[in-house]
Design a protein around this ligand. Sequence first.
Ligand code: ZN
Length: 322
Amino acid sequence: MKYQHIKKLLLVLIVIVVNGCATQPEPIKLAESDTKLFGKLKTWEIEKISERVYAYRYTFYRNFFLIGDEGVIVTDPLTVDAASILNKEIKKITDKPIKYMAYSHSHWDHVSGGQIFKDQGAEVVAQKKCKENWINNPNSNVVEPDTTFEKEYSISVGGASLEMYYFGPSHDNCRVVFLIQPDRIMFIADDANPPNGLNMIYGAGLADTYIFNLVPYFLKAERLAKEKRVKSIIGSHMSFEDRPMNLVSGTIGSIKSLKEQRLFYQYTIDAVQKALDENIHPKEIPNYLIKKGVLKDTIVGFDEAKMQVLYRRMTNYLLTGE
Ligand SMILES: [Zn+2]
């Protein structure tokens, strides 16, 4: 082959690889509220991602639903009001029955309001420990699951299915990784919100987070994403481009936010460990790290007040293991 030909072939290959990595589904807005939430953003919106996959954002929260040949799978109902709107909007798209409702984790702010789907005969699915949480600490707006599983579970509605993977405690003790098939889209509630995974997090206190398993959890999720050739992530919360109040919808994006979210946790843990190794008094660590400007240029939307809380939380974790 002539040099010119090789050069041409290489160029074509580069274009294929670059496009292959960069192409993300373009969500199509199907419906939105009349009321505004913030700036240009409406209170809620429904977006179509593919023939089978739809995203629903209600305030700062997002879930998704799948429509297959035999019915519908809904995920976290969010709140009574959010679920009621979602139910109405689904009926406008399809007359197929709601077959399943799958919970991502046990936090009330994501899983309230499911009764409307249960009343239509939906089978409610959750990881086993979520059910234990709701038995120990019930909430009248949270419908208990009919079906629980330990490690892996999959539900299907004909041509669209939802795989669930449990990798141990993380953001709570029962959060699962959702994998939408055949679209190869991942969803991890409360974490990994496109476009950036190294964004300042909302709840810097990580009060209910099992920090010891965060990094291993994400490594397992990343391995799964690689094995299953996952293409995209649906963000469970809205994200921002630069400043925390410069919000973007962030419905779907590259799986790079998965690795970036792991690095966010890894970097903050490492920064505190380094300070401890330098014999900085634990009480002084947040001020010390902020004064030194650690991670200031790495974390998008770096917020000193939140970093104070986060560094204190990580210090406590490194001293106690919890
Ligand atoms: Zn949560």
